[in-house]
Design a protein around this ligand. Structure first.
Ligand SMILES: Cc1cc2nc3c(=O)[nH]c(=O)nc-3n(C[C@H](O)[C@H](O)[C@H](O)COP(=O)(O)OP(=O)(O)OC[C@H]3O[C@@H](n4cnc5c(N)ncnc54)[C@H](O)[C@@H]3O)c2cc1C
Length: 416
């Protein structure tokens, strides 16, 4: 990379958000698009996810992002000649308590008003839809037959190929280290370049992603992004005849944050621990695993004696309100950094990722998008302590409430 290098758009991070956003922008004629990835494409959260994809969102915005993303996964073979392994299985979101049921029925009304053909099913109907599910211990739940899952590793392959076909330049093992800005009207700043550990690139457009590292990426750009990172765990049980079927609805025990789905003839299940502190996942919590297995066996008795086939703990991204961040770069004093777009799927990058990436590309190229109303999704919804003025998405895993840490911010380099 020479000192005089120029790009029309620089995207930081080659996860599913950066990968698809770069592809969309290049296909829209953005010109020279460069993606900076400090490691290897997909090696953040995007290759480690459970792959659950649902349009059953907790707000009209997340319903829209989920629907757009499912449509995208379905159209992918035709448009890109690749797929992310999307498989429609249906999704049951269970109510266990009175409160769950009341909130669930309200959610269904909101989703139906948004045009989603979701319905409420009784406990007996739920057990009928999924014969491995006990009819006891829950009160039925919401059901949408068009929800499903992708194969996260296959999605990394899909966006890597798509980037290559679209002419995106992927730079692996190149870390973003900061931005250059100059003064703009009204006391704002305007981006004029990015710094990397191998040189600088002049550019007027930057998309910042980073998943669980987005907070650190923001700091490098002198921004305070209240995005968090915390352990999330996934396990796969050995194959069993009960799971050797083409189709069986996925299930979410929403109160406990425990979900499960078919995986290679066995059952995959995942969970978050509300007592985990924010930070990088380092190890499997076996006590929590046993607790979740016992809870799972209550719902799916056939799992009680099944062996464990694989298990992993990985670092998931989250935002304080569990909603995506999509908007312009912003300095801690509230002034904009023109030309910078920040994009986070807030821990839902499989289900909302393509939609979030599409919006990020739209905002970076044209400053507007038709996909969702982004008025409330920017960084200006957070106060100095990182608290959001929006209500928390009601279908959130039990993550920590705060994403805060105490490290100081970097100062953007460049003219003044
Ligand atoms: C165990 C687990 C299970 C999950 N299950 C689901 C699920 O079922 N459904 C769902 O919707 N979501 C799920 N998620 C969440 C989902 O994986 C993430 O929301 C999504 O992958 C985030 O994508 P991203 O592109 O923002 O981040 P990432 O995939 O983490 O990509 C960010 C990239 O930025 C790079 N980077 C960071 N700093 C720099 C720098 N300074 N310079 C250059 N590059 C940098 C990183 O190396 C990384 O490759 C799960 C996550 C985990 C961990």
């Amino acid at each position: 990379m020479g000192a005089s290098e120029r790009a029309d758009l620089v995207v930081v991070g080659a996860g599913t958000i950066g990968g698809w956003a770069a592809t969309f922008a290049a296909r829209d004629g953005a010109g020279r698009v460069v993606v900076l990835e400090r490691g290897l494409a997909g090696q953040g959260a995007s290759s480690r996810a459970a792959g659950i994809v649902r349009a059953q969102g907790g707000t009209p915005t997340t319903v829209a992002l989920g629907r757009w993303s499912i449509d995208f996964y379905r159209r992918q073979p035709e448009v890109f000649g690749t797929d992310s392994g999307f498989r429609e299985l249906g999704y049951l979101i269970l109510a266990v308590t009175d409160d769950d049921e009341r909130a669930g029925r309200e959610r269904v009304a909101m989703q139906r008003a948004a045009g989603l053909p979701v319905r409420w099913v009784s406990a007996a109907e739920a057990a009928n839809l999924n014969p491995t599910l006990s009819p006891d211990g829950h009160r039925g739940g919401s059901y949408l037959e068009t929800d499903g899952h992708i194969d996260p590793a296959r999605n990394v392959r899909a966006y890597s190929l798509a980037m290559q076909h679209a002419g995106v330049e992927l730079r692996e093992h190149v870390a973003f280290t900061g931005i250059r800005t100059e003064a703009a009207a009204g006391g704002a700043r305007r981006v004029v370049g990015v710094e990397t550990d191998t040189g600088s690139i002049a550019t007027e457009r930057v998309v910042l992603t980073g998943g669980p590292s987005l907070r650190a990426v923001g700091k490098l750009a002198g921004m305070r992004i209240p995005a968090g990172a915390v352990r999330h765990s996934v396990a796969v049980l050995e194959p069993h005849d009960a799971f050797a079927v083409e189709r069986q609805p996925m299930v979410f025990d929403i109160g406990a944050g425990l979900y499960w789905r078919l995986e290679e003839g066995g059952l995959l299940f995942g969970w978050s621990d509300p007592n985990d502190r924010p930070g990088e996942a380092r190890a499997v919590d076996w006590a929590m695993y046993e607790e979740m297995r016992a809870r799972l066996a209550g719902f799916v008795p056939v799992t009680r004696d099944l062996g464990l086939r694989k298990i992993w703990a990985a670092t998931i991204d989250f935002t304080p309100d569990h909603l995506p961040i999509l908007g312009p770069g912003m300095l801690p004093d509230g002034k904009r950094i023109e030309g910078v777009t920040v994009a986070s799927a807030g821990g839902h990058g499989m289900m909302w990722g393509p939609g979030v990436a599409r919006v990020a590309a739209d905002l970076a190229l044209t400053g507007r998008t038709d996909l969702v109303d982004v008025t409330d999704l920017g960084l200006d919804r957070f106060d100095a302590a990182g608290r959001s003025r929006l209500a928390t998405d009601p279908i959130a895993l039990p993550f920590p409430d705060s994403a805060e840490d105490d490290e100081p911010l970097a100062v953007p380099t460049g003219a003044g």
